[in-house]
Design a protein around this ligand. Sequence first.
Ligand SMILES: *[C@@H]1O[C@H](CO)[C@@H](O)[C@H](O)[C@H]1NC(C)=O
Ligand SMILES: *[C@@H]1O[C@H](CO)[C@@H](O)[C@H](O)[C@H]1NC(C)=O
Ligand SMILES: *[C@@H]1O[C@H](CO)[C@@H](O)[C@H](O)[C@H]1NC(C)=O
Length: 608
Amino acid sequence: MSAIWTFALAFAFASLFVWQQDGVDLQLMDFRRTWLVPFTSFFEQGVEDVTGERSGIKSVDSYVSSEGPAAKAGLLANIGPSGSKASGAKAGVVIASPSTSNPNYLYTWVRDSSLVFKTIIDQFTSGADTSLRPLIDDFVTAEAKLQQTTNPSGSVSSGGLGEPKFNIDETAFTGDWGRPQRDGPALRATALISYANWLRANGNTTFVSNTLWQMIKLDLDYVASNWNQATFDLWEEVSSSSFFTTAVQHRALREGSALASALGQSASVTNYNTQADSVLCFLQSYWNSNSYITANTGGGRSGKDSNTILASIHTFDSAAGCDAATFQPCSDKALANLKVYVDSFRSIYSINKGIASNGAVAVGRYPEDVYMGGNPWYLSTFAVAEQLYDALIVWNKQKSIAVTSTSLAFFQQFSPSITAGTYSSSTSTFTTLISDIKSFADGFVALNAKYTPSGGGLAEQYDRNSGAATSAVDLTWSYASALTVFAARQGTSSPSWGASGLKVPSTCNTAGSGIPVTFNVNATTQLGENIYVTGSVDALKNWSPDNALLLSSAKYPVWSLTVNLPASTSVQYKFLRKFNGQVTWESDPNRQISVPASGSFTENDSWR
Ligand SMILES: *[C@@H]1O[C@H](CO)[C@@H](O)[C@H](O)[C@H]1NC(C)=O
Ligand SMILES: *[C@@H]1O[C@H](CO)[C@@H](O)[C@H](O)[C@H]1NC(C)=O
Ligand SMILES: *[C@@H]1O[C@H](CO)[C@@H](O)[C@H](O)[C@H]1NC(C)=O
C-alpha cells in the first residue's frame, strides 16, 4: 500500500513539509542522543532500552515467544467474516488493515492477501495448525469470486486479473489507482499451488483438478502473457518493470508448470516453462555494476529497495543452495545487495544514530521514501532478518560458506580480514560467521521488538525519530512477516518450488517486451486532478480516455510514467487531465515519438 492516488497532489505538497520537519527533528534528536545515550555497539554489546535493560539475544527469544501468538491473533482478526477487526469483510477476505483514515486501508489487496494466505497454508500443510483448513477454503472461494469480478483493469479475460485491490464486500474498487499490478496473480497462484500440492499428496486430486487448477491456470496464463508488460511495483508508485514482480512471476510459472505436469496439462507445461526461461533471463538484468539489485527499471531512484529483500525471501528454496540465478538468500548477489540496502538507512533515520557501522539498523521501503514521513517498516526490517536466517539454514545444511568477490564486503562486516574462498564447517571461520550472522539477524528482530508497543500490535511503520508506531494500525502483512521470520529463525523453510538446478538461457527471448519509454510531463494540477496518457498503440490503450494510463505525481509538478512500447515504431500520444469525472485533452496536434530499436527512451514534455 502506499500513495493515495486521489490525493496525489496533496501528498506531493505534504511530503515537502514533512522533509523540512524531519530536518529539524533530526538535529534535535542528534543533540539529545549525544548526551542521553552513550554510544553502544548494538552488534557487540546489545542495545540498552529505555528501562536500562539489555535487549540482546535473550530478549529476542522472549519477544518471539510473546509476539508469535500476538501476530497470529492479529492476522486472524483481519480476515472475514468472523475476524474481530474485519467486520463487513466477506468470508476469506483479508483486510489490509482496519485503519479507515490517514491511511484508509480497509480494502483487500490481492498481493497482501496472497502473502498472508501463503503463511496460513504453510502452517496448515506443515501440521503446525490443522484448524486452518476451513479458512483456507474460504480464501479459495473469495479469490475465485474476485478473479471473475470485472474491474477498471478489465474482465477476467481482458486484463482484470492485474487489478490490485477490491472492496471488502468483493465488489470492484473503481477509483483512480496505480494499476495494473502484475505480482498479484503470481502470488495468488503460489499460495493456491502450495495448497494444491498438499491436497494431491493427501489423495484429493478431485478438488485440485476441478477447482484450484481452474483458478491457478487463469492467473498463470495471465502471467505468461503479460510478464513483460509494464506494472506498478509492490509499493504502487512506479510503473515499469519491478524485480519483486519478475521474481515472484518466475517462481509461480515454475511451480505451476510442475503442477500442470502432475495433472497431465501438457500445453500449460510447455507454455509456463518457455516463459519461465525468458523471465529468468530478464531477472538477471536487474543486477547492476554497483553490486546491488535495481528494484525497478523506472522511477528515477537509487533502486535500493526492500522490494529486493522481499523477493529473495518469497522465492527462497532451501533445495537450491546459494544459487545466484534465482537470487537465493545466501547467494553472493543477494548478500551483497542486502548490505547495500541496509547501509542506505544508517544515516537517514535518527533512531539509527549511534549504531555501529556493522550493526543491525531499522530499515524502510527505500531511502528516498517520503510516504507518511518516510519511516522504518516492520515488514522490511523483519525481511532482512528472514533473508539472513534463510541463509543460515542453507549454510548449516550444506556445511560450508562460500565467500566470493561479489559477497566479500558483506562478510567483511563480520571478519574484516576474510578473503574469498570456501569455509567448511570444520573451520573456525565458519563457526564464527554462523554465530555473528545469527546475532546480526537477531539485531533486526530486536529493533522491531524495541519499537513494538506493549500488547504486540504491529502497525505499518514506526517513526524515524521517536520510534513510535505510525501509519496503518494492525497491518495484516506486518503480522504475516513476523510469523515467517520467526519460522525461519527456528530453521523452518517452506516446501521447495523447483529452483534447484535452473540454468539461465544463454540468449534472452524478451520478444514483445518492448522498450521502456518514460513520459515526463510538467503539468500544474489542482487538488484531486490527475494526469493520464493515451495514444496510438495497445500499450497506450489506443486513444481511450477511459483506459488512459495514470502518471505518478511523485516528482510533481513533473508527472511521470514508464511503459514498454514496441521497438522501432513511431507512436502518437497525448496527455489528458481528469478532474471530477471531466476529461480535458491537450491541444492539437498529437505528439509523436520514435521508439528506438534498443535501450530505453525518456521524453520530456510540458502540458499544452
Ligand atoms: C477435498 O478438499 C476439499 C477442500 O477442502 C473438500 O471440500 C473436499 O471435501 C475434499 N474431498 C475429499 C474427498 O476429502
Ligand atoms: C515546470 O513548468 C513551470 C512553468 O512553465 C516552470 O517554472 C518550472 O521550472 C518547470 N519545472 C520543471 C521541473 O521542469
Ligand atoms: C529528457 O531528459 C533526460 C534527463 O533529464 C535526458 O536524459 C533525456 O535525453 C531527455 N529526453 C529527450 C528526448 O531530450
